[in-house]
Structure formats: structure tokens, C-alpha cells
Ligand binder design. Structure first.
Ligand SMILES: Cc1cc2nc3c(=O)[nH]c(=O)nc-3n(C[C@H](O)[C@H](O)[C@H](O)COP(=O)(O)O)c2cc1C
Length: 136
């Protein structure tokens, strides 16, 4: 497995499924940088994007400014990568693994603790992607 920063080319790959956890309402820097760096290469292949977070659609609440990934940020990622689709996939927060700083940030965005991952949804999505690739 390669860290995002170590990916310099997509040669040899016919398709890409690319995602990031959402931190403070944004994709992680190294994942975003990969899209910017390899955008033209991504655009030549079928690409699917996902974002993992514990907060759903933007709340619009003034006091929770980071809540979810904004539609504009998603549109930007889709444009930069030529992705066919972007999916929000619910993630998890395990408070035991967080330091004090992270706990403060989690409280600031009012992110609920817990495991909200839906393995059935993830499986269905992966199956749909595999079917799309097989039929092409
Ligand atoms: C410091 C911190 C900030 C977070 N900010 C957000 C956020 O703004 N929106 C959101 O939906 N989830 C947020 N989350 C939840 C993470 O996106 C979620 O835990 C994700 O599943 C983490 O994936 P990972 O374990 O692969 O890093 C935050 C989590 C942490 C620890």
C-alpha cells in the first residue's frame, strides 16, 4: 500500500476509486493534493470518489461551520478528477484513539462518536462499480 503522497503515476491502472476522510469539513490535504497532481491522468480513466465522515449534508448552522463537505467542494473534486460519481460514506469516531486536541475539534464540529459505517452500502457500491467496469 502506498501513501497518497507516494503515488506519482496511475500507469497500469484501468480505473480509480479515490476517497478521503472529512476533517473539519475538508478532504485530507494529501488526498486533495493527489487529485490536483494526477487530475489529467484520472480524467483518462473511470473514477469514483467517496468521502467518509460522521456528519451528513451541510447543516447551514452558523455555529457549526465545518459540519459537512460543501457541495462546491464536491463539485470541485469531481471536476478535477473527471469522476463519474461522488458518494458520502458514513465513517466512525473512536474517542479512545483521540488526543485532547482532536477531541476539542470533534466537539467544535459537533461530530458524534460511534461507528456509523454501513458495510452493506459499501459492498453494494463496490458491486455496482465492478458491474460498470465489467460491462465496458
Ligand atoms: C479532528 C476530527 C475532525 C473531524 N471533522 C469532521 C467533519 O468536519 N465532518 C465530518 O463529517 N466528519 C468529521 N470527522 C469524522 C471523520 O471524518 C471520521 O471519523 C472518519 O471516519 C475518519 O476516517 P479515518 O479513521 O480513516 O481517519 C472528524 C474527526 C476528527 C477526529
Amino acid at each position: 500500500m502506498l501513501a497518497p503522497d507516494a503515488v506519482t503515476s496511475l500507469e497500469g491502472y484501468g480505473a480509480a476509486i479515490l476517497g478521503s476522510a472529512i476533517y473539519m469539513g475538508e478532504w485530507m490535504d494529501d488526498a486533495r493534493a493527489l487529485v490536483d497532481r494526477l487530475g489529467p491522468e484520472l480524467a483518462k480513466r473511470p473514477v469514483w470518489l467517496f468521502s467518509s465522515g460522521v456528519l451528513g449534508a451541510p447543516s447551514g448552522a452558523e455555529d457549526a461551520p465545518y459540519a459537512a463537505l460543501e457541495d462546491e467542494a464536491i463539485a470541485d473534486l469531481v471536476a478535477a478528477s473527471g469522476a463519474r460519481e461522488h458518494r458520502f460514506l458514513a465513517g466512525r469516531i473512536d474517542a479512545r484513539g483521540l488526543g485532547l486536541g482532536e477531541k476539542t475539534l470533534v466537539a467544535a464540529v459537533r461530530a458524534p462518536e460511534g461507528d456509523f459505517r454501513s458495510w452493506a452500502e459499501i459492498r453494494d457500491w463496490a458491486t455496482a462499480i465492478a458491474a460498470a467496469l465489467t460491462s465496458e
